[in-house]
Each structure stands twice: as C-alpha cells, then as structure tokens.
Design a protein around this ligand. Structure first.
Ligand code: NAP
Length: 256
C-alpha cells in the first residue's frame, strides 16, 4: 500500500522547483495531485510529468495572492475529486536583495503578499474542506531563514519567520479537527528561485553555487527531491502524531 493512496493533495507553486518535485513524489505515493501555479506552462508540464509516470493529476491556475481565486480553485478541486486531504503551501518568492533601509514599502508588501498572505488564504479556505473529510495535513514551506538570520533578502526572511509561527498557531487551533500543520525548513536547494539569485549576484552562477555548497556542512546544496521526501512524510499517516513541528532539511546549515 502506497502511503497516500486515496488522498487528494493540493500543491501551490507546483510548476517548478520544490513544488514540481513534491507533486511528482506525492503522486508516486498514490495521491491524486492538484498541481496549482500562476505559471500555466510550468504547471501543465508538472501535471504531464505525473501522468507519464502513471500517476493521477490535474492543473488549476492559482495565484495565492487572490483570496477569491484560492477559494474557487479549492471548490473546483473538491468538486472534481470529492475531498481535499493535504495542502502544501509551497508558492513563494525571494523579493529584493537590498538592506532593510533601502527596501521600498511596495517591495516589502509584494513578498508578504505571496509568502504570508498566500499561506493565510490557502489555509483559511482549505480548512472547511479538510473538516468535511474528517481531517488533513497542511505543510508550510518556511526556510532555514525562518530559524536563523542572514544579511540579505530582509523581507523574505521576515516572511519565513512568520510562516514558522503561523504553523504553530494553526496546529493548535486545528488539532481538534484532526488537521495537522507542520513547517519544512530547507537549506539552499538548487531551483529556478536560487538560480535567479545566482544570476543576479554578479558573482557568476558556478562561483555562487560553489560558495553556497561550502556553507552547508554536508558539502553541497540540496535537490528538490530532498524536500519532497520530507513533505511526503508529513503529508502521510506516518506523521499522524506530528503537528506544530519544524522539519529542518538543510545539510547541517543551522547546526553550526
Ligand atoms: P521556485 O523555483 O521559484 O518555484 C516557485 C513556484 O511558485 C514557481 O512556479 C512560481 O511561479 C510559483 N509562484 C510564485 N508566486 C506565486 C503566486 N503568487 N501564486 C502561485 N504560485 C506562485 O521556488 P522554489 O525554490 O522551488 O521554492 C519553493 C518554496 O520553498 C518557496 O516557498 C521558497 O521560499 C521555499 N524555500 C526554497 C529554498 C531554496 O533554496 N530553493 C530554500 C528554503 C525555502 P513563477 O515562476 O511564475 O513565479
């Protein structure tokens, strides 16, 4: 028996990077996967990859900053498959890399809107569906930068701290409904988000990657599949006694 047989899983930002790897892994574990993203091409490719791998999936356009859009997409998924058991709040952006006193208010708001408000809207609108299914699992993508600081990306780090704390509060509120809520804290994972940081660094992509590799005691950055494996565990009943917890997958980064 696969661990997610019979479950319906929704992944935000499921078109690329960690989200795409997670969609594939959840489907391999037997779930029906609602791939959602605002990038229609990437989301469609992610769905197609699952189907060519003999999995079950469909794509819904979803911008997590639109509360109405979130609510409508979740209604559509429930109508299609009858239930929602798992939500992976994965969509996120890095925002500007300038010191806090140079970040413009609109730049700050943009990051909070996707990384914090998006998690709020998706959680708010998935809970009624999970209650109707008798419970569920919500997995929130925080970061090592929800745990420790760094002198870059100030809005991003603040947003990931918020996600870490929202996770614990939501875990306490929804425990009585059988809904578990946990956060995942990746170290640097080589995805389009990090590749863009590398291109923008002015250091050169290879040099940037080497510097990142050296910052992880294990000797290298992670792969999207490393995070997908942790998310699949939290989504599954193997984690039935796990809520409000922080799963750190960071090659030792935060142990230093
Ligand atoms: P990614 O490669 O940029 O993929 C993120 C996906 O989310 C993209 O498909 C993106 O679409 C989508 N997205 C962006 N804004 C959205 C919105 N408003 N609504 C719906 N989808 C949206 O990112 P990633 O590196 O896989 O990161 C995934 C999550 O893990 C993020 O929350 C990130 O903060 C977290 N994380 C990543 C790392 C890392 O090192 N990669 C480390 C710690 C935590 P577009 O391409 O169209 O923008």
């Amino acid at each position: 028996m696969k661990r997610l047989e019979g479950k319906v899983c929704v992944v935000t930002g499921g078109g690329l990077g960690i989200g795409a790897a997670t969609c594939l892994r959840l489907a391999e574990e037997g779930a029906r996967v609602a791939v959602t993203d605002l990038d229609v091409d990437a989301g469609g490719k992610s769905r197609d990859a699952i189907i060519s791998n003999q999995g079950e999936a469909d794509f819904w356009f979803l911008d997590v900053t639109s509360q109405n859009g979130v609510s409508e997409a979740f209604e559509g998924i429930r109508e299609r498959w009858g239930r929602i058991d798992v939500l992976v709040n994965n969509a996120g952006i890095a925002g500007v890399n300038t010191p806090p006193d140079e970040v413009r208010a609109e730049e700050w708001q943009e990051v909070m809107n996707v990384n914090v408000n998006g998690v709020f809207y998706c959680t708010k609108h998935v809970v009624p569906h999970m209650r109707a299914s008798g419970g569920g699992s919500i997995v929130n993508l925080s970061s090592i930068y929800g745990i420790v600081g760094a002198p870059d990306l100030p809005a991003y780090h603040a947003s990931k701290g918020a996600v870490r704390e929202m996770t614990k509060t939501d875990a306490l509120f929804f425990a009585k409904d059988g809904i578990r809520v946990n956060s995942v804290h990746p170290g640097f994972i080589w995805t389009p988000l990090v590749e863009k940081l590398a291109r923008d660094s002015g250091e050169g992509v290879e040099a940037f990657r080497k510097t990142l590799d050296e910052r992880h005691p294990i000797g290298h950055v992670g792969e999207p599949e490393d995070i997908a494996a942790g998310i699949a565990y939290l989504a599954s009943d193997d984690a039935k006694f796990v809520t409000g917890s922080e799963l750190v997958i960071d090659g030792g980064y935060t142990s230093q």
